[in-house]
Design a protein around this ligand. Structure first.
Ligand SMILES: C[S@@+](CC[C@H](N)C(=O)[O-])C[C@H]1O[C@@H](n2cnc3c(N)ncnc32)[C@H](O)[C@@H]1O
Length: 235
């Protein structure tokens, strides 16, 4: 997943306004955080595009399971610490005031058992009064199997097209991303990247957060895409 072409990630998602998303995040944090510190952890930080903006306001750390993504994040973000870690078994031996898990990354834990472990981990890494902000993946009731999708990126030196048909396997959404890419003076390349994300019911996710010692507020709109947003305050 993203492994062999982490560098393509920022291009294919270049339409996302990370700066705007971080402004919204910052407002939410100011409104709901009750702890006094400013230690922020972005879980599944990918190539560090949120941390690039958040580093100006918070003491930042980022984790991801993918070292290639972390390498890019390390080059992009000067004032942040990056740690290779799987969010399902995360044990950083440190507490934070803010934990974010954005752009549906939580879906990659796939099962409710893992979701419970992951949310408990988030809660265990928070100071009292600290906040966790989770931007969920689509719930099963909103998922549209068979729906085709396409993203493209295009400049004078590189052209990329990514196509996918959404598939369903029980509670998993399966997305086999097919890429065609051509760079200046090179041959056209084809590659495939398979993503499997758990389709979690939003009410169940909220209940897991409540059971993990978090007071929960849920929002219809996310900070990046309209997949909703869950904010938990550590009791
Ligand atoms: C859709 S990307 C989001 C990246 C970044 N948060 C953003 O908004 O651009 C999902 C990220 O989750 C990471 N990931 C997937 N499973 C993970 C796990 N179990 N623990 C930590 N990171 C994981 C992937 O490597 C990838 O970087």
């Amino acid at each position: 997943m993203y492994k062999d072409f982490a560098d393509v990630y920022d291009l294919i998602y270049s339409f996302i306004d990370y700066k705007k998303a971080c402004k919204k995040l910052s407002k939410l944090i100011k409104k709901y955080k009750k702890s006094s510190g400013i230690e922020l952890l972005d879980v599944a930080c990918g190539t560090g595009s949120h941390l690039f903006y958040l580093q100006n306001e918070f003491i930042c750390s980022g984790t991801d399971i993918n070292t290639e993504m972390l390498n890019i994040a390390g080059e992009k973000v000067e004032n942040a610490t990056f740690i290779h870690s799987d969010m399902i078994n995360m044990d950083l031996k440190k507490k934070f005031d803010i934990i974010t898990c954005l752009f549906s990354s939580i879906g990659y834990v796939k099962t409710y058992e893992n979701l419970k472990k992951t949310i408990e981990n988030f809660s265990n890494h928070l100071n009292p009064g600290g906040v966790v902000i989770i931007e969920p993946w689509i719930s099963k009731s909103d998922y549209q199997p068979g729906r085709p999708s396409m993203n493209t990126y295009d400049n004078d030196n590189i052209k990329i097209a990514r196509l996918n048909t959404a598939k369903l396997n029980d509670n998993l959404s399966i997305m086999e991303m097919h890429y065609l890419m051509v760079k200046k003076d090179e041959d056209v390349q084809y590659f495939k990247d398979c993503h499997e994300l758990g389709l979690f019911d939003h009410e169940e996710t909220i209940q897991i957060m409540k059971d993990s010692d978090l007071e929960v507020i849920s929002f219809q709109k996310g900070v990046m895409v309209d997949r909703g947003l869950f904010l938990g305050i550590k009791k």
